[in-house]
Design a protein around this ligand. Structure first.
Ligand code: GDP
Ligand code: MN
Length: 396
């Protein structure tokens, strides 16, 4: 589950990570009130208005702007709220902005020039350890840094049983070329960031940029937080931060129906029981010249009600030109699934894409008979390849 920047920052702050302070606003007037309050609390005269959507690269897309007075706060917030923000990380349609973060300007001039760094905490599955990735090249796209100047990216591996050790936090500060106050600030920043990552059961914390202010404070200017969905049951407060508006609406609906569904770009809808079989089915569709429109695991109980729910979800995607149902009847009996398909098809009435059903396992022969005699526009198959050939036929 992903958090908004402002939610991630609140989480970080609760663990003692210094952040660029801000207040979230839903309207231009709220943004002005937020700016006034921030000026009282922080003394800042300038504010940055930041679109809150689940996508990075907002700066490049015009979703992060500096306001030098309250009129500008109102104008900019008015422009950004309601816009469809297109960034390198969104689709071409972009993402609708429902709210902005009004934040204090932290790039104020002073004794030193402000500096931007990159830092993330994540799990290295290869070593089974947590890892802090960091770089002097902050504020830019880290993928580009990795491609063009990989020697400027450092990693620090942390044994989860030992936690982040003092010398490791100091090494991070040293490699970033810091000294004096900024060095001490950075070791505190890194420790607090790592604690926040562990205690919130996150799978990613990415802070880009981490800022060294002109007066040597180290703070998080941005935050991208991904929480481990499997651990949310023990973080009710964090689970409540979910913003379904940011998620694919069909996936949200499928989740509520208990279906394991992932929306994809192709034209062949899949309805399969078991994740492994679903993956194999997607491979087969590709081999047959199609592209899977989705991943869908209906689970162990493929009864009429579930099949119907799955049909409805698949058909919400207008790109679907054919549906391949691939069920292995191990625990479920194929004839019951076949009856489920027939009932669901009859109930829905308006399915106007060809359906290929491949049922294998217990009572597969009875199932094939049921489908073949149903009089419905459903093609049956018993072999995997046969099903693929039929998909190819209906697509061509
Ligand atoms: P992203 O583009 O979605 O990654 O959003 P960020 O939160 O990283 O903001 C984008 C850029 O806005 C940063 O890299 C900064 O250069 C700039 N920015 C953020 N906060 C401030 C600020 O307080 N003052 C100024 N002048 N620029 C800022
Ligand atoms: Mn950023």
């Amino acid at each position: 589950m992903n958090l908004h920047e402002y939610q991630g920052k609140e989480l970080l702050s609760s663990f003692g990570v210094r952040i660029q302070r801000g207040i979230v606003a839903q309207t231009a007037d709220e943004a002005v009130a937020a700016a006034k309050k921030l000026t009282e609390d922080t003394g800042t005269g300038w504010h940055v208005i930041k679109a809150q959507v689940h996508a990075g690269g907002r700066g490049k897309g015009g979703g992060v702007k500096l306001a030098k007075n309250l009129d500008e706060v109102k104008d900019i917030a008015g422009q950004i709220i309601g816009m469809n923000l297109v960034t390198p990380q969104t689709s071409a349609e972009g993402k609708k902005v429902h709210q902005v973060l009004v934040a204090e300007d932290v790039y104020y001039p002073g004794d030193n020039k402000p500096e931007e760094y990159y830092m993330s905490v994540l799990l290295n599955r290869g070593t089974g350890k947590n890892m802090i990735m960091y770089s002097t090249e902050g504020g830019m796209d880290i993928e580009t840094v990795a491609e063009e100047t990989p020697h400027l990216i450092f990693t620090e591996e942390i044994d989860p049983a030992l936690g982040l050790l003092g010398f490791q936090a100091r090494r991070v500060a040293f490699n970033l070329g810091l000294s004096g106050t900024a060095f001490k600030e950075m070791t505190k920043f890194v420790s607090a960031l790592y604690t926040a990552y562990v205690k919130s059961d996150a799978s990613l914390f990415e802070i880009n940029p981490v800022l060294k202010t002109s007066d040597d404070k180290i703070m998080a200017v941005d935050s991208k937080v991904t929480l481990d969905g499997n651990a949310l049951f023990r973080h009710k407060d964090l689970a409540a931060l979910r913003d379904k508006r940011e998620e694919n609406p069909i996936e949200v609906e499928a989740g509520e129906l208990g279906l394991n569904y992932v929306d994809l770009d192709g034209n062949v809808g899949c309805m399969v029981n078991g994740a492994g079989l679903a993956m194999a089915t997607m491979d087969l569709i590709k081999q047959a010249g199609g592209e899977p429109a989705n991943f869908l695991d209906v689970g162990g109980t493929a009864d009429a009600a579930r099949v119907e729910a799955a049909f409805k979800i698949i058909l919400k995607d207008p790109a679907v030109k054919a549906i391949l149902i691939n069920i292995f009847g191990g625990i479920v009996r194929c004839d019951r699934v076949a009856q489920g398909v027939i009932d669901a098809y009859t109930n829905m009435g308006n399915i106007n894409v060809p359906i290929i059903v491949r049922l294998q396992g217990t009572n597969a022969d009875i199932a094939k008979e049921l489908i073949d005699n149903s009089g419905l526009d459903v093609l049956s198959a018993t072999e995997f390849q046969e099903a693929a050939d039929k998909v190819q036929n209906v697509l061509s």
